[in-house]
Design a protein around this ligand. Structure first.
Ligand code: NAD
Length: 334
């Protein structure tokens, strides 16, 4: 049988290392392209059987048409979210699968790292002590114990997050479009209306997907309902937050702090080194001026365990397709 060829887009050194190792069990020919996938780069996939893409690759209608002409029969997303895919365009043209879960612990633990850093201001303490400045003025935090945490989205990651926050002695208020009654009954959280969650939470952490009805759910109006000095954590998708409204809230101190692993317009910057060229995006540049804001560039998933699971599941998805099996993780257009 002809050896199957996989075009791998947006490759980083850690992808090459993990996928090369995972491929030892499969023996595919993998070409690692540095380029992001979009309608300009899709031609690179000519002659390949399948392609592997990541969160900021643009799989829109124009890209899909080129991929189809190039002979790509399957797209293997090496991530959980697929808001970067025009599913309508892909449907009945190319099969597409994702990695629905790889380590909810990785993402939840990173969200907690953002909370602890912002609360106790260790990001600022780090710079002070390195500069022989041993003062602690301005570094005061709060006890998390006894405070309210609002968890929006109680899926795989949100439930782990709720457990971690409970470990800190916080009361968990949760909102989900499809509440998990069993989770509530076993004491994992207390479901509440969004209004109540906004009104009562000291920390709000987002773990729901980006959908038309969740886009900009954190906006001027919802921020207005929150506690003064609330901390907002987003490790989910940038577009859940209207960044303009977030910046206004931070300026007025309505929002005390924000931990952002994702950003509305991240695809231009995240995962790349812009230390020479700088940032032209005025909103991102403004966010980076607040010492009460901590931006990480979509690294919540980035643990050794998660990457191994991602590589193994992706190779499994590709193999199911090549072997003509029902794909366990196929994304269907509804
Ligand atoms: P999941 O599908 O297990 O859970 C999502 C939850 O959101 C579900 O319980 C669902 O009912 C709920 N939900 C759906 N619509 C909602 C709405 N309108 N309002 C409130 N809740 C709603 O997903 P997961 O594995 O827990 O991942 C959550 C999100 O985390 C993903 O959508 C993805 O965007 C993000 N993520 C980020 C990273 C990262 O590295 N930063 C990594 C993985 C996942």
């Amino acid at each position: 049988m002809k050896q199957k060829k996989i075009a791998f887009f947006d490759s980083k050194p850690y992808d090459i290392e993990c996928f090369t190792r995972a491929n030892e069990n499969f023996g595919y020919t993998i070409k690692f392209f540095k380029e992001r996938l979009n309608s300009d780069t899709a031609v690179l996939s000519r002659g390949y059987d399948a392609l592997c893409a990541f969160v900021n690759d643009e799989i829109d209608k124009a890209t899909v048409e080129i991929l189809k002409e190039s002979g790509i029969r399957m797209i293997a997303l090496r991530c959980a979210g697929y808001n970067n895919v025009d599913l309508k365009a892909v449907f009945e043209q190319i099969h597409i699968a994702r990695v629905p879960a790889y380590s909810p612990y990785a993402v939840a633990e990173h969200a907690m790292a953002l909370i602890l850093t912002l609360n106790r201001k260790t990001h600022r303490a780090y710079y002070r002590t390195r500069d022989n400045n041993f003062t602690i003025n301005g570094l005061m935090g709060i006890d998390l114990h006894g405070k309210n945490a609002g968890v929006i989205g109680t899926g795989k990651i949100g439930r782990i997050m709720a457990g971690i926050l409970k470990g800190f002695g916080m009361r968990i208020l949760a909102y989900d479009a499809f509440p998990n009654k069993a989770f509530e009954e076993t004491g994992g959280c207390q479901y509440a209306a969004l209004e109540t969650l906004y009104r009562e939470s000291d920390v709000i952490t987002l773990h729901c997907p980006l959908l038309p009805d969740t886009r900009h759910m954190i906006n001027r109006e919802s921020i207005g309902k929150m506690k003064n000095g609330v901390m907002i954590i987003n490790t989910s998708r940038g577009q859940l937050i209207d960044t303009r409204a977030l910046i206004k809230g931070l300026k007025s101190k309505k929002i005390g702090s924000a931990g952002l692993d994702v950003y509305e317009e991240e695809s231009e910057y995240f995962f790349e080194d812009h230390s020479d060229s700088g940032v032209d995006d005025d909103m991102l540049a403004r966010l980076l001026t607040f010492n009460s804001v901590l931006v990480t560039s979509h690294q919540a998933f980035f643990t050794r365990e998660a990457l191994k699971n991602i590589a193994d599941t992706t190779m499994g998805n590709i193999t199911e397709f090549f072997e003509g099996k029902q794909m366990t993780n196929e994304i269907c257009y509804k």
